[in-house]
Design a protein around this ligand. Structure first.
Ligand SMILES: [Cu+2]
Length: 442
């Protein structure tokens, strides 16, 4: 591609298309200057080309496989599962292999895969491979491409993968989808995309309608009170931990009733992929919020050049909340107007009753003396409770400030960009916890 055409494409992609022709030459020379200082979102790390890094899907395991000749053989079991969305909030979802969303399938372009699906549900199911260009008989359409898989039955899917990108699998029953029956299907290219990513994360966006004291999602409901990333609501979402200066990819897929505008703090990213795979670089316009529509996938990439614990979250205000009433279980809570003293006492009492919650530290619960005379009070006041101790169970949560969890609810996680020394401490803690888990070194 000649440089002028390349420049024009970039100019259009970045909304600079209004440049008139006489200004092009000047613009081009300033572009040339600018390109000697690449923008953060284009900055390549210059590692040797090679295979891509493995994808990490926090809170969701990978699906292992065995080899049969040249075929990668995976085994999925559709079944009811318990899922703890947040401390104390366990739901009866449907998923695969004991988790919801189901385990992540990771394969390479060109692979031949066989996926054995056993149905342990009390009703028929099938599996659809969202976005994959495969023979019709493998498409998972009940009555159209295959007979429904009856309870106790099995269907063997087998196909060759001639794509790369962010895909997913899901039941093609609408209500089963809303019970949680989805999982990621990541297809890597043989050689890493350029610029090469050092960290690659995958996240499934889901939503749930749950009544207090009821563990079964209402799949016919149109309003949702629990919003999850990989089956966890903030603060139980395991943070994404990266090393400062590294290039990061986050892949998101959405299966629900709402579109989610996912916002990343402190950084500018580019959207490098959709549900159809890698996008041409000429389309990589900068942003900090990406709308992940229903049935879509979006990959974002950026250089993690700004150290800190940054929020990544859906920005719909009602998706940034948990249903606190649920966490109170069957305890009586007064919803009539309370004095500050009464409200405080009620809160203290509930906290004392073996709840996974803690009072948020410091000033979080400070209320103005005239609060009860102010129309609209309370909004977020009195609502911020912490759960540090209940969720702080893996190295990803290390060294967060006390009370951090009080600010985390709903479709929300943390991107933790650690300076090298801190990242090394994280790796050491990770290694130690892995040894502990596997019993190594005993
Ligand atoms: Cu949302």
């Amino acid at each position: 591609m000649n440089s002028r055409r390349s420049f024009l494409q970039r100019a259009l992609a970045f909304g600079a298309g209004a440049l008139s022709l006489p200004t092009l030459a000047a613009a081009e020379s300033s572009q040339a200057r600018a390109s000697s200082q690449p923008s953060a979102w284009f900055a390549a790390n210059h590692h040797a080309a090679g295979p891509p890094v493995a994808v990490v899907t926090p809170d969701i395991p990978k699906l292992p496989y065995t080899l049969d000749g040249g075929v990668k053989v995976f085994h999925l079991i559709a079944e009811p599962v318990k899922r703890e969305l947040a401390p104390g909030r366990v739901i009866d979802a449907w998923g695969y292999n004991g988790v919801c969303p189901g385990p992540t399938i990771e394969a390479n372009r060109g692979d031949r895969v066989r996926i054995v699906l056993d149905n342990h549900l009390p009703e028929p199911t099938t599996m659809h491979w969202h976005g994959l260009e495969i023979p019709i008989r493998m498409d998972g359409m009940p009555y159209i491409s295959q007979k429904p898989i009856v309870p106790g039955g099995r269907f063997v899917y087998e196909f060759t993968l001639d794509q790369d990108g962010t895909f997913f699998y899901h039941s093609h029953g609408a209500m089963q989808e809303m019970m949680g029956m989805i999982g990621m299907f990541i297809l890597h290219p043989r050689q890493a995309y350029a610029p090469r990513a050092d960290h690659d994360f995958g996240i499934v966006l889901q939503e749930w309608a749950l009544l207090p004291n009821n563990s079964i999602p209402n799949t016919a409901n149109m309003e949702f009170n629990w919003l999850t990333l990989n089956g966890k609501a903030g603060p139980a979402t395991t943070p994404l931990v990266v090393r400062q200066g590294n290039r990061v990819r986050i892949r998101m897929v959405n299966l629900g009733m709402d579109h989610h505008p996912v916002h990343l703090h402190g950084h500018t990213f580019v959207v490098t992929g959709t549900e159809a795979g890698r996008q041409p670089e000429s389309t990589w316009g900068p942003g900090n919020t990406v709308l992940v529509g229903v049935a879509q996938a979006r990959d974002i990439e950026f250089v993690a050049n700004n150290p800190g614990d940054w929020m990544v979250h859906c920005h719909l205000p009602h998706h940034m909340m948990n249903s606190m009433m649920d966490l109170l279980s069957d305890r009586a809570v007064s919803t009539s107007p309370l004095s500050q003293k009464q409200a405080g006492e009620q809160m203290e009492l509930m906290m004392a009753q073996d709840q996974p919650m803690e009072m948020a530290p410091d000033a979080a619960q400070v209320i103005a003396p005239n609060a009860s005379t102010v129309p609209g009070f309370p909004q977020d006041g009195l609502m911020e409770v912490a759960m540090d101790r209940a969720v702080d169970k893996s190295p990803e949560f290390m060294e967060l400030p006390p009370g951090w969890s009080a600010g985390m609810q709903g479709m929300m996680s943390l991107l933790r960009i650690m300076p090298p020394e801190q990242y090394d401490r994280y790796l050491a803690a990770k290694s130690a916890s892995r040894q502990h888990a596997t019993g190594e070194g005993r």
